[in-house]
Ligand binder design. Sequence first.
Ligand code: ADP
Ligand code: MG
Length: 694
Amino acid sequence: MRPEILFPLFASATKLDGVGPKTAPLYEKLGVSRVVDALFLPPSGVIDRRLRDSVQGAAEGATVTVRVTVGRHSVPGRRGAPYRITVNDGVLDFVLVFFHAHPEYLMRILPAGEVRIVSGKIEIYDGVAQMPHPDMIVNPEEDDAPDGFEPVYPATAGLNQKAIAKALRSALSKAPDLPEWQDAAWLEKQGWPAWDEAVRALHAPQSAGDIEADAPSRQRLAYDELLSHQLALALVRARRRRAKGRITQGDGTMRQRVIAALPFDLTGAQKRAAGEIYDDMADEQRMLRLLQGDVGAGKTLVALLAMLNAVESGGQAALMAPTEILARQHFAGLEPLCETAGIRLTLLTGRSKGAVRQDRLADIAAGAVHIVVGTHALFQSDVTFHDLRLAVVDEQHRFGVNQRNELAEKGAGTDILVMSATPIPRTLALAGYGDMDISVLDEKPPGRKPIETRMISLARYDQVVESLRAAIAKGARAYWICPLVEESDVVDLAAAEDRARALRRSLGEDAVALTHGRLKPAEKDAAMAAFKTGQVKVLVATTVVEVGVDVPEATIMVIEHAERFGLAQLHQLRGRVGRGGGASSCVLLYQGPLGETAAARLAVLRETEDGFRIAEEDLKLRGAGDLLGVRQAGLPKMRLADLAKHGNLLEVARDDARLIVSQDAELRTGRGEALRVLLYLMGRDDSIRYLGAA
Ligand code: ADP
Ligand code: MG
């Protein structure tokens, strides 16, 4: 139950001054539906409205607040010319400028001879300072003059800054004194204020620096957010660790047979990761480990070795893939190796039906098959295992945590290995996967040829198609990816269909196949199969080209409107080529002109094929919120913490959280009770349920 002290903060945003049924939806757009959301809405900037002596020396474009004596009004002589009022700030004359003015109104608010305080942007025109349309005109005898720093909030149509500021003032007035949940010594060492003071500094800044990422108040709030998140993960982790696992330690015979049969050696990274996994499996606690590695890094093989370890110990293993195509691909790849190992493998997907399905289910239940590869179909209720010791989940972000756990529930104390091909920077991995242990395959199998990556303007589309035609004539196969036009697959689809039609006209009717999310599974498979066998040379696709799809003969990747994709996503798409022996290329077709950041981002791709480096660069260039790979990886959205800037705090938060849980698993000490308040404040009510539950 949410503590009473937080009730006012969790009241509807309509309790805020100036927020009513009409404006509430606008606040909703800013992510503000309750009072607490307003407090956690960070300003996007600060305007310095401190009263100055004069506009003299003000930089062009700077906002200036000065006390002036109003002088002459110049009514425009011709239509369209501005209305001008000369004022004097005691040091010099400057001009207030109004377009489309109402003279009577201006005469009333700026009567000649009177003193007013004006605040607005300064421009220089013909050597004379001007203030076009001041933001504020105040009669100091009647109203409070602006003085100090004013936060500016993200804009949304229909809401002006004044209204938001008013709502926030009332939100601040509702902020209660909360018990301190941070360690006192740590707070002092960091020089961080108490929570309510920090929130006040954010919305009533005393300097422009107060809202910066490195301001003490901002850091404190960011740390609160990070700690609550890490604490929630640590509680989940602790609960899982309390549940007993099993000791799985095979004799290695099957693994040796498979490794001996491979035409290559394991990479150092594969050996290391496998070792970490064996250690976890041999431990009596349950394993939850993430195996992270770029596309093609050889994760599947590591997973197979782990599964063989389970089978050697007399158990079974399951490998769950997010799509039918991927499941089939895994099955086809693993089958010969399982034969070598002398064990049985079976496939279970949504398309396994009738008697075939019944037979497979019976074999799984009897323990007659050792490894099961499948899709979501794996955790349906009629699937029972004889003894599931290890569950492997591929492309984990496509599954929810619950699905992962449901699969593991099919065994007793089942170990879990999760695989992800989305390279994310270490800091982000901590944010998203703080409850897991992590192994990284940071070394590619040898012999991969580099992919030549080029940026070409869409204006040169014809040339690109010409080169494509020449390449196809020599036997090449190419992917052509059409972008997300909008968040609507209807529009995407239309764009992809247009492109397929155009390419068919240029390259021949039979040379091009189209695949997209709206096709029936069988149709998708047919398009993929035609491409795989070489029947068609070009596969036009929306971004559904499944992560992990393997067509070694494809050597060309064209990505249209590359500027609209996240770097991580581009990197993954590019990873579809360069899988066979042929030299491969990737064409980033962009719509010019490119902005500076966009150009820099695409250039990173040209420079490196290291997915982790690319992810780090993307994080730096765009910040965490925008990272497509991040959203893909299912990372939480932070409101006050900026993972690009507060990454160092994230590691501290993780250690802090694990320490708290190891010392006060029930959150019963004084600090523990305060930490419960923090968890509720941050909307992590879920994790409270884990307290004490075995
Ligand atoms: P991932 O699942 O990480 O995308 P895969 O496991 O599918 O990568 O491996 C990609 C390809 O590389 C497969 O054809 C696999 O047989 C091969 N491979 C895996 N490990 C090695 C290695 N150590 N040396 C050479 N090739 C390897
Ligand atoms: Mg794979």
